[in-house]
Design a protein around this ligand. Structure first.
Ligand code: GP9
Ligand code: MN
Length: 633
């Protein structure tokens, strides 16, 4: 750097002091999970990168006293931001988001308890700021520096380079970190708290701008469309489960191809297979997962709202503050107590915020469970322990309740302890697929055990139990192994779409009417189906699914990328296939189904695109704020 005197510029000293302090806070005060050396490294680097980025801006001030002032105040403000996050974290195990800052209620919680949150040793965290203040005031002659233009540009170039390096490592460690935005904790771990706040600010302002410019004018068209597709006639199951508890189990990465199937000549899911045969169970064999980048959270969004997830990012994250007319909100009106059980950190997928918007009363996250070395693997608590430890909470609820359980063990990369393995892995070039089968079996056993516990505690009789796979577990990267397992020559776009099928079971104890349901259906259909089973009217609601038991259905289900499956045709990867045979419909007129006259997929495709647009309009414009759904809360 082009420096006239041999002073060590204060901005470098500040970077080092503030960087060390921030690192100490990240590493030892926040409870951030670090799984490997790379994560450790990124966590170590990012505090210094952020500090350098901010403090190096001081070089642009000509005047020494302005330089000093800038450093003093930025270090103080930086520390206050860190400290408020720390206090917030002590209550919520999460980081502050911009909407939360403006939500009086949230901050109010913090306000009343703020004194109890401050720890005596916290003042040590301000030591660097004190040193910076002291140096900047008393030792100005020793640390003030004159910079030439080249020095300034160098400092700027350096900070951008460091930032790019940091982002590059972060993206390597967590692909799609910025587009998918899974979790605030991941962002903070990878890019630091200051860059996270910047990112959050940009995201939020994008969302807010779209919201500000939206008005009610789109609603009439949407309502008209929705009216047209809603099932008109009631099925004979309408109201069959009125007043019953609803136990909804979202099973991680459970695909339909394992049902009634074998690996190494062994049944994969004996319990679920027995449910298929059970006279109280409706099993949907052509039920599709419709998720996009938000995976589990997208499947939750589809189920709770019967709206489509977004094409990029997780709607749980981007639109967690919207108005919804979700399943739990509607159940609450009927006196239900709504809870979620999921042994993961509460901020993952922004669940802690989104669940409030959806009308959940309580979220039993990781902290509600006793998680030990022995009872956890991979993503956390094993499914058997998860159900075992949840039952006591269920027993304590007033009925009726709606409880959603989200399992975890059958998650990529499908790790399982030897002692939990009851069937052998498959043998192919993909360890992912190989290991998938034993973890699916483990979860199948966990479900069986849970059913037993529900029966033992007497909850079973008064409940309906829904089991649904959230999305695929085996991605396209394993197509070769997958085709070997399925005995196909290769996996075509048609096959790929068929592999998006996940099982759905609706088990109504004592109903005796169960059967296998074969119509094309999807996660979008769950909300109206459940409401109708419970005898709850949906006439004034706005949603895009159909009651799975009604015979007046729109006849197709769509995917976020515009692909669809209808009764007769499948549109996948821009081509149209015969649904029954999987053969492309018309070789000459096949690709580009959007606008080909005569292609049987074209008219459906047009509806599909319109439907997605309407759903997006609702979410981006937060249009439900303009609708009176007739709820009292
Ligand atoms: C995380 C769990 C898994 O809490 O739901 O999420 P996924 O990666 O499947 O979306
Ligand atoms: Mn999932």
């Amino acid at each position: 750097m082009d420096v006239k005197r041999k002073n060590i510029p204060l901005f470098l000293t500040s970077t080092i002091l503030f960087g060390i302090k921030t690192y100490i806070i990240y590493r030892f005060i926040f409870n951030l999970e670090l799984k490997n050396a790379m994560q450790e490294l990124i966590l170590f680097i990012n505090p210094f990168v952020s500090a350098f980025l901010i403090f190096s801006m001081s070089v642009w001030f000509k005047n020494h006293s302005a330089q000093m002032k800038f450093l003093r105040y930025t270090s103080l403000i930086g520390m206050l931001i860190l400290y408020f996050n720390l206090l917030f974290y002590r209550v919520n195990t999460d980081f502050i988001t911009i909407p939360q800052l403006f939500q009086a209620g949230n901050m109010g919680d913090l306000g009343s308890s703020i004194l109890t949150l401050i720890k005596v040793y916290d003042f040590l965290l301000f030591v660097d700021v004190i040193i910076i203040w002291y140096l900047s005031k008393k030792k100005r002659d020793m640390i003030a520096v004159n910079y030439h233009k080249s020095g300034k540009v160098f400092a700027l170039a350096m900070s951008l380079l460091l930032l790019a390096g940091n982002f590059f490592l972060a993206e390597m460690e967590r692909p799609q970190l910025f587009t998918r935005t899974f979790d605030r904790e991941y962002l903070v771990k990878n890019i630091g708290i200051f860059n996270y706040h910047m990112y959050d600010a940009i995201m939020q302002s994008k969302v807010k701008t779209q919201r500000v410019f939206a008005d009610e004018s789109k609603l009439p068209d949407i309502k008209e469309y929705v009216n047209e597709i809603q099932s008109k006639n009631q099925s004979d199951l309408y109201g069959i489960a009125e007043g019953k508890n609803v136990i909804f189990i979202s099973v991680e990465s459970l695909q339909n191809f394992v049902i009634n199937n074998e690996v190494n000549r062994e049944e994969i899911t004996p319990f679920l297979n027995s449910l298929v045969e059970n006279e109280d169970t409706f099993y949907f064999e052509n039920f599709y997962s419709q998720v996009a980048q938000g995976r589990t959270s997208d499947s939750e969004f589809l189920v709770e709202n019967s709206l489509y997830p977004l094409s990029s990012g997780a709607v749980f994250f981007t639109h967690g503050q919207n108005e919804y007319n979700a399943l739990p909100e509607q159940l609450k009106e009927k006196g239900y107590y709504n809870t979620v059980f999921h042994a993961n950190n509460k901020s993952f997928w922004n669940r802690d915020q989104m669940y409030k918007s959806l009308g959940y009363d309580y979220y039993y996250g990781e902290k509600a469970y006793e998680v030990t070395e022995n009872n956890s693997i991979g993503w956390g608590l094993k499914d058997k322990a998860f159900f075992e430890q949840s039952i006591k909470y269920l027993q304590s609820f007033e009925q009726p309740f709606y409880s959603k359980f989200i399992t975890l063990t059958n998650h990529f990369p499908f790790n399982l302890d030897e002692e939990d393995r009851t069937i052998e892995p498959y043998d192919s070039n993909s360890n992912t697929l190989n290991n998938y089968f034993p973890t699916v079996r483990y979860t199948d056993e966990a479900l069986e055990q849970f059913f037993k516990q529900l029966k033992d505690t007497g909850i079973y009789e008064d409940s309906i139990i829904v089991i649904m796979g959230d999305h695929f577990g085996i991605s396209e990267n394993h197509n070769k192994a997958m085709s070997q397992y399925l005995g196909n020559e290769k996996i075509t776009p048609y096959d790929h779409l068929q592999l998006q099928r996940v099982p759905l079971f609706i088990h109504i104890p004592g109903s005796g009417k169960g059967k296998v349901m074969s119509d094309v259906s999807g996660q979008i259909d769950v909300k109206p189906t459940l409401l109708h089973l419970l005898g709850i009217e949906t006439e004034n609601d706005i949603y895009f699914g159909n009651d799975l038991f009604s015979d007046d259905r729109k006849g197709y289900i769509l995917f976020r990328n515009g692909d669809f499956v209808s009764e007769n045709y499948v549109s996948a990867g821009g081509s149209c296939y015969n649904r029954e045979t999987g053969a492309p419909v018309d070789e000459n007129n096949n690709s580009g189904v959007e606008d080909k006259v005569g292609n049987p997929c074209t008219p459906i495709k047009k509806r599909v695109m319109k439907e997605l647009q309407y759903s997006d309009d609702i979410i981006y414009g937060d249009l439900f704020r303009f609708v009176n759904f007739g709820r009292s809360n």
